[in-house]
Design a protein around this ligand. Structure first.
Ligand SMILES: Nc1ncnc2c1ncn2[C@@H]1O[C@H](COP(=O)(O)OP(=O)(O)OP(=O)(O)O)[C@@H](O)[C@H]1O
Ligand SMILES: [Mg+2]
Length: 259
């Protein structure tokens, strides 16, 4: 049983116009086997939270903690965080020309496990995982994400999740841009991986449709840099119905900045 504890996280980025405060006291606790959905308006800081946990150098932590089984991950390098059991499926997965998917996946697996997987077992696992995600075997020899369609990139993220077996997975809009069949295939991949490894999931999404496949235990509203409400699955339906107006600071609608 593992626990990821995010405590009162404050984070800023440096922009050309000065400092922009993005996270303003984000706190959340996730245990193994739990699925938390995080929903909130565009620009509220959901991806910033994901990047901060993964260790993106652009995001500067002013205060707060993120503890994985009591260990402060904010003091670790991004690869140490991955080895500690943290996984991020990015909202916009990056292309890595010149590095093949097989090379990338095998290297990541070797680094995370501390030893190279046996070649026969690995080849079998990789091809079985790709088959289950309905990925053409040709993807194995292509460069990571290079020229992949939006939906193909999301499938490749879930392929990594299935093979790397983290303790906690942050899925940042893994459902966006997927056609109906791909949404089901990707969701089944996440559910399979969870079934096998009982990890904790933080799933950032704008849509309730993925929640029909990946059932959240807890739904959070994230607005203006922190969590503002927590509830059960019914909260997602309420948000779809009523939007986020009730959770935004006064006057903070999207047009105010342009007025
Ligand atoms: N590197 C950066 N430089 C400047 N501003 C940034 C940077 N990263 C994030 N921001 C700003 O911080 C705010 C939060 O961005 P973030 O991507 O975390 O939002 P989000 O909640 O994930 O939104 P979405 O639902 O659209 O994905 C936005 O206003 C964004 O423009
Ligand atoms: Mg985002």
């Amino acid at each position: 049983m593992s626990t990821l504890e995010i405590k009162d996280l404050h984070v800023h980025v440096e922009t050309k116009d000065g400092i922009k405060q993005i996270l303003k006291g984000a706190s959340l606790t996730v245990h193994s086997g739990e699925t938390h959905a995080i929903m909130g308006p565009n620009g509220s800081g959901k991806s910033t939270l994901a990047y901060t946990l993964a260790g993106h150098p652009k995001y500067v932590v002013d205060s707060g903690e993120a503890l994985l089984d009591g260990q402060d991950i904010l003091k670790m390098t991004p690869d140490e965080r991955a080895k500690a059991g943290l996984f991020l499926a990015m909202q916009y997965p990056v292309e890595v020309p010149g590095v093949s998917m097989t090379n990338f996946l095998r290297t990541a697996k070797t680094e995370i496990d501390g030893e190279a997987p046996g070649i026969r077992q690995w080849t079998k696992d990789l091809s079985a995982a790709m088959k289950r995600l309905k990925m053409d075997p040709k993807f194995a020899t292509r460069s990571v994400n290079e020229g992949f369609s939006g939906g193909e990139k999301k499938r490749a993220e879930v392929l990594q999740l299935e093979l790397l077996k983290p303790k906690f997975a942050i899925l940042d809009e893994t459902d966006s841009g997927l056609d109906v069949d791909a949404l089901r295939i990707v969701s089944e991949g996440v559910n399979r991986a969870k079934e096998a490894n009982q990890f904790g999931i933080l799933m950032v999404t704008h849509y309730t449709r993925i929640l029909k496949y990946i059932k959240p235990d807890i739904v959070h509203v994230f607005a203006d840099g922190h969590f503002v409400k927590t509830g059960g699955p019914e909260l997602a339906d309420e948000l779809e119905e009523n939007g986020y107006d009730a959770y935004l600071p006064e006057g903070a609608d999207s047009e105010s900045a342009l007025a």
